[in-house]
Design a binder for this molecule. Structure first.
Ligand code: HEM
Length: 405
């Protein structure tokens, strides 16, 4: 029940206000959010003003047409990504999440610094390690005839890859799982603050350690990198590492989860990939297009008209990749998945200057996870009679995927 009194701003038409936007934080569903809920949203107006779309229960515009979402992503003159995440403010610190919360032109400099870390060539060197990691987790359940895929694989595999990449010890796994729950999946403000403080303290500790003992990891690279003829400050190093942390774990977990759930629910697609594993990279692209789970945010900094409404400075805009990728006006048959056809580039990894820096790594993690799973266990399906729960909010994350084979 929404108990927050809401004063509709004068520029917001009353008929566009919704107080029940389904993809808001703090909600769960046992329906598949990529079917019924989504179709319902696409039946509505091109843009709505949802009183609960920005965390937690703060109003934001929600455009649902691919064209409008792309236009906003590209329009860095009217829309800023500064302070779209609450984390630095919540802990009373002035660092920023870099590069995602930095607008151009400064953004380009940071991005130039990070891009070399994620080139296909560099990731090729990680390939064997990522594959070994996937096998490690699959080995733990492959003889059991069943697994709870979220807790036994999807939550852990991206964290293990990230810990290796950052040169952090695997013993931190349980701690990272706890922090992820606090920061990204809790409605408890004190918990979010405590989690953020602990993550930042740990990142500062690692940065200091790498300064004294550099290794072959991402943090050492950042500590030694130069921008404009100078080294990064401690706050910049925290901001960059924090962005990799919030960008590269939960997102991968969620997407791999939807991809495996799809294969469990669509036996014919799973069978086709088993018969022809060379299709897996294309299938992964088709699944990324169909199950885009992330919403990020922009703040209007200059008045502009979009989709027939006026957006005013200070207004928040929820950039739902889920809505953009399934817009019936933009996509032919958007709810279908053709696992043997490369889809056009979608919004799953964002659009414009902030498009995901980790996209190549994310794709490889998905491909490797599916390849290894299909070769280690026979045809799997969802366990009957177990309700499938999804957490809604800025990321649409399955909470359980009970598989049997
Ligand atoms: C399936 C996995 C992933 C998805 C769906 C995803 C999605 C996104 C999206 C939508 C954005 C754009 C944000 C915006 O413009 O508001 C973004 C940016 C970003 N992502 Fe990812 N991401 C994934 C994996 C990763 C990985 C593995 C890393 C790194 C380890 C990463 C690091 C980043 C960073 C640093 C940015 C900010 C880029 C910039 O501002 O220039 N992401 N991601």
């Amino acid at each position: 029940m929404d108990t927050t009194p809401f004063d509709r701003p004068a520029h917001v038409p009353a008929d566009l206000v919704r107080d029940n936007y389904p993809f808001a934080m703090g909600r769960t569903t046992t329906d598949n959010p990529f079917t019924a809920l989504l179709e319902e949203l696409h039946n509505g107006p091109e843009i709505i003003y949802a009183t609960n779309a920005y965390p937690i229960d703060i109003p934001a515009w929600v455009p649902r047409r691919l064209n409008d979402i792309q236009a906003i992503y590209l329009d860095t003159e009217h829309f800023s990504s500064e302070s779209f995440s609450p984390f630095p403010t919540l802990v009373g610190e002035s660092w920023r999440v870099i590069p995602v919360e930095i607008d151009p032109p400064q953004h380009f400099q940071y991005r130039a610094l990070l891009n070399p870390l994620f080139t296909p060539k560099r990731l090729q060197q990680l390939e064997d390690q990522v594959r070994r990691t996937a096998r490690e987790y699959i080995d733990q359940f492959k003889e059991a005839g069943q697994c709870e895929f979220m807790s036994q694989f999807a939550m852990r595999f991206p964290i293990a890859v990230f810990l290796d990449l950052m040169g952090m010890p695997r013993e931190r796994m349980e701690q990272f799982l706890e922090w992820e729950g606090l920061l990204l999946h809790s409605m408890d403000l004190e918990g979010i603050i405590r989690g953020t403080q602990q993550v930042v303290a740990y990142l500062r500790e690692i940065i200091e350690e790498r300064r004294n003992h550099p290794g072959d990891d991402l943090v050492s690279y950042l500590v030694n990198a130069e921008m404009d003829g100078r080294k990064l400050t401690d706050d910049e190093l925290v901001g960059c590492s924090f962005n990799l942390y919030i960008g590269g774990l939960d997102t991968v977990t969620t997407n791999i989860a939807w991809q495996i759930r799809h294969l469990a629910e669509h036996q014919e697609d799973q069978q086709a990939l088993r018969e022809n594993p060379s299709l897996i990279p294309v299938a992964v692209e088709a699944l990324y297009r169909r199950y885009p789970a992330v919403t990020t945010f922009r703040t209007c900094v200059k008045q502009i008209d979009i989709a027939g409404v006026t957006i005013m400075p200070g207004d928040k805009v929820a950039m739902s990749t889920t809505l953009g990728n399934t817009d019936p006006a933009a996509w032919e048959n958007p709810m279908a998945v053709a696992i043997d056809r490369q889809p056009p580039r979608s919004l799953t990894f964002g659009f414009g200057v902030h498009r995901c820096v980790g996209v190549t790594l994310a794709r490889r993690e998905s491909v490797i996870a599916i390849e290894e799973l299909l070769s280690a266990i026979p045809q799997f399906r969802l366990q009957n009679d177990v309700p499938l729960v999804t957490e809604l909010g800025p990321i649409l994350q399955p909470k359980n995927i009970p598989l049997v084979w």
